[in-house]
Ligand binder design. Sequence first.
Ligand code: DP6
Length: 322
Amino acid sequence: MNKATAVSPANIAFIKYWGKKDSKLNIPFNDSLSMNLSECSTTSTVVFDESLKDDFVDINGKNIEGDKKQRVVDILDVVRKIARTRVKARVKSENNFPTAAGIASSASAFSALALAASWAAGLRLSNREISIVARLGSGSACRSVVDGFGYWKRGKDNRTSYAVPLALVDYWQLRDIVAVVSKESKKASSTEGHEAATTSPYFKTRLTMLPKRIKLMKGAFLARDFSTFGQLLEEEAVDLHVMAMTSKPPIFYWNEGTVQVMKSLRKWREEGLEAYYTMDAGANVHIMCLAKDEKEINKRLKKLSGVEFTIVNRPARGTRLV
Ligand code: DP6
């Protein structure tokens, strides 16, 4: 078999990866924690074909060239090196959600690619190894490999930086409702954001604060303490954006819709409806709530003028073959 198809979810980070200790290997400064998203996935098919003179990459029906293609070819090269082959490949990748709108399409894409390419090349890698290959494509991709809720141990080198499952899909019936406030591609990529991160005067402060926050967040998660979890979630999200806004050059990801959702959630909480926000490197807001409140919150979100549409996600399994 020289062909394989894999499907993989995007994930939303509760504790964020922001800033790289090693930008070639995507080794982060800190551990991070995330949930896989059931309705935001990438399906990737890889075929190694002796007759090809070059690699071909098709994303969402478009033939890709340049830097974007190179990023995929780099991962094919990693896989070819392990499999000791030089055969070129055809990659076809399809997202079921808007690319580059703040939902981490690179996470689902590179995790799906890591599994599909390695399997198609005849390798039978462990989850840990797939997580490592995925990380080389995009850091956050390493967390999509494991089921449910992923914990990325920053590690200190290529072999020690990968994700492990913190809890499986059914551990906690959390929902992540993505409020899409902008379908346009964001202007600064997360890769640029990572580069700028260390120039923020708050970067060091954050690193000092993080071990305690991670411990509290893990504790709240494992105890299913939603109020504590939510408060930490929002603190962490705001910290990431404060760093982005104060880096050189500064990056502003939010728009009016983002702020409208943040304010609305605060109001709804005062009324007794509990939900909390987080944002990745984009304007869209991820609203975390308990399954019992999903319908009411989704209904209210859809009524906000700044919200174009919503996507309701359950915790999902990690990368798998189809
Ligand atoms: C804000 O994983 O997209 O979503 O490694 O350069 O591909 P690269 O970056 P990427 O960064 C994700 C940043 C984030 C936070 C997170 O998902 O942890």
